[in-house]
Ligand binder design. Structure first.
Ligand code: HEM
Length: 218
């Protein structure tokens, strides 16, 4: 092979190597560049954001969703049964005993002017259903802060014909009437004493001082 041909071959080989190396380096640069210039891909970004809402939402006010279940007084017990269940088992009327207690209570209350005066404008059928539910809750689960608040709200606008709110005397008369009915249905004295303790905070929440008492304090 003539010398010039060897030189040409060497030059061509070097040129080919240089071109190959240049192409390789360009591909590498593009690959690296595309990784650094690309905006963050949605997946990792999405994952990072997914952790954020729990932090953000913890700073927002937590909506009030649950009734306040804090127990202020336990239910009256007879043996190891709450009064609600005990009376259902004990009474011949079975699960009709509580509606009967409520109906009798309202009949009696209607005959006591001091109490009846407050019920003049009420839907008595609806009221008796509400009262029966409240009573079975109090004697089955006890008094919770949420129940106390709801009872307070429900009675705040209640007035008699003279525009007077429920006085402590009217409250006591109503509760005594109820206790009389319960005693007639065989509720033992011990359970009535416990029920009286449970209705103590309710007296504070439901009744308001009579106008004469307010006047004498002022
Ligand atoms: C043991 C005590 C009491 C309990 C457990 C009780 C329970 C209830 C309940 C559950 C309601 C229905 C609330 C609602 O509509 O969401 C209610 C309404 C009412 N309560 Fe009582 N209550 C008590 C004492 C009294 C007393 C002492 C009076 C009056 C002397 C009274 C007068 C009324 C009246 C007039 C309403 C109807 C209000 C309306 O028409 O919207 N309650 N009560």
């Amino acid at each position: 092979m003539p010398f010039w041909a060897v030189v040409v071959l060497v030059v061509l080989a070097v040129a080919a190597l240089a071109a190959g190396a240049a192409l390789f380096l360009r591909d590498r640069r593009e690959a690296v560049g595309s990784r650094t210039e690309d905006p963050p891909t949605p997946r990792p970004e999405g994952r990072r954001r997914a952790a954020v809402p729990s932090q953000r939402s913890s700073a927002e006010p937590v909506p009030y969703q649950h009734p306040d279940r804090r127990l202020l007084a336990p239910p009256p017990m007879v043996g190891d049964l709450p009064l609600r269940d005990w009376l259902v088992h004990y009474s011949a009327r079975g699960d009709q005993v509580w509606p009967t207690v409520v109906a009798t209570f309202y009949d009696r209350a209607a005959a006591v002017p001091e109490i009846a005066d407050y019920f003049g404008r009420s839907d008595m059928v609806r009221l008796q259903q509400h009262f029966a539910r409240a009573l079975t809750m109090l004697t089955g689960e006890g008094l919770t802060a949420g129940t106390l608040r709801r009872l307070q709200d429900a009675h705040l606008p209640v007035t008699n014909a003279q525009g007077t709110g429920i006085t402590p005397a009217a409250y006591d008369a109503a509760v005594e009437t109820l206790f009389g009915v319960l005693a007639e249905h065989g509720v033992p004295k011990g359970a009535l004493t416990q029920l009286k303790a449970l209705t103590g905070p309710m007296r504070e929440a439901i009744s308001r001082p009579a106008p004469s008492e307010t006047g004498s304090r002022a």
